[in-house]
Design a protein around this ligand. Structure first.
Ligand SMILES: O=C(O)[C@H](O)C(=O)CO
Ligand SMILES: [Mg+2]
Length: 259
């Protein structure tokens, strides 16, 4: 049976961040994930998790000025010090929240930049980060993201992610496999999952087009979720979609998976 994690950066947007914890628990989620917990003191977030009987499934390492349009800094040559300082902050929160994994958002390709240089920066940053996270017992993840939603994103395919994994050469670096992004970029969702299964530490779901609830588009999530079970995936399934209307009312798709 899949275990679902509520992505609070897209679900329950009509209520305050910390109030989303109780709403997710009430709706049957067992864990939470989001872009970052950094606007709240870690103790407060830890208390809110505990009070609602929730686990922390994942969050991103600091990824630049998100509201200002930045989409990660890990490949940017002029942000290396900031990226590395962000790993310390992410690990502080991971420890306080007992979070077993953190995700790195690679960044946008700056106009006119040399892709090989960006790749080198990303690989060196990941080599640094993966050692720090391994020492702390936390997995490090990278996520390919589709180029329609984020034009110019540096890491957009699983082939590229595999190449980065090979270059970093650490058994603590994994892929975050977002079915929505990969449907847009590649299709062939389950065969790719099977091929990369041992290197995938977290999956996320949303339907296409629209990035709405499973069942609203072209992805057969009945099949996808039963395959995850059959293949022995025992991680969280991150519900990272934009609810068509009210989050709780739109959870009908989850009923067959609730005990
Ligand atoms: O948008 C996504 O798919 C991510 O998982 C994320 O954390 C930010 O882009
Ligand atoms: Mg995602």
């Amino acid at each position: 049976m899949p275990k679902f994690s509520a992505n609070l950066s897209l679900l329950y947007q009509d209520i305050a961040f910390l109030d989303r914890f109780a709403a997710a628990a009430k709706d049957g989620f067992g864990a939470l994930e989001y872009l970052g917990p950094y606007t709240e003191p870690k103790e407060k977030v830890a208390d809110a998790l505990k009070a609602n009987g929730l686990k922390q499934a994942l969050f991103n390492v600091p990824s630049g000025d998100w509201a200002g349009g930045q989409r990660g800094i890990a490949c940017l040559p002029d942000r290396i010090a900031e990226f590395r300082a962000g790993i310390s902050l992410a690990l502080d929160y991971a420890k306080a929240l007992a979070c077993p994994q953190v995700n790195v958002i690679s960044g946008l390709v700056p106009k006119g930049s040399d892709l090989e240089t960006l790749e080198k920066v990303l690989v060196e940053n990941l080599k640094y980060a993966v050692q720090r996270t391994a020492d702390a017992g936390v997995k490090l993840l990278i996520e390919p993201i589709n180029l329609r939603d984020i034009p110019g994103f540096f890491l957009s395919t699983t082939n590229h992610a595999e190449r980065i994994l090979e270059k970093v050469a650490s058994d603590n670096l994994y892929i975050q496999y977002d079915f929505y992004h990969m449907q847009i970029m590649q299709g062939d969702l389950i065969p790719t999952f099977i091929r990369l299964k041992d290197r995938i530490a977290h999956v996320q779901i949303a339907d296409n087009p629209g990035r709405n609830e499973p069942g609203t588009g072209e992805i057969n999530y009945g099949f996808v979720l039963s395959e995850l079970d059959r293949l022995g995936y025992d991680g969280w399934v991150g519900c990272e979609y934009k609810p068509k209307a009210d989050t709780s009312e739109g959870l009908g798709w989850m009923k067959p998976y609730r005990k």
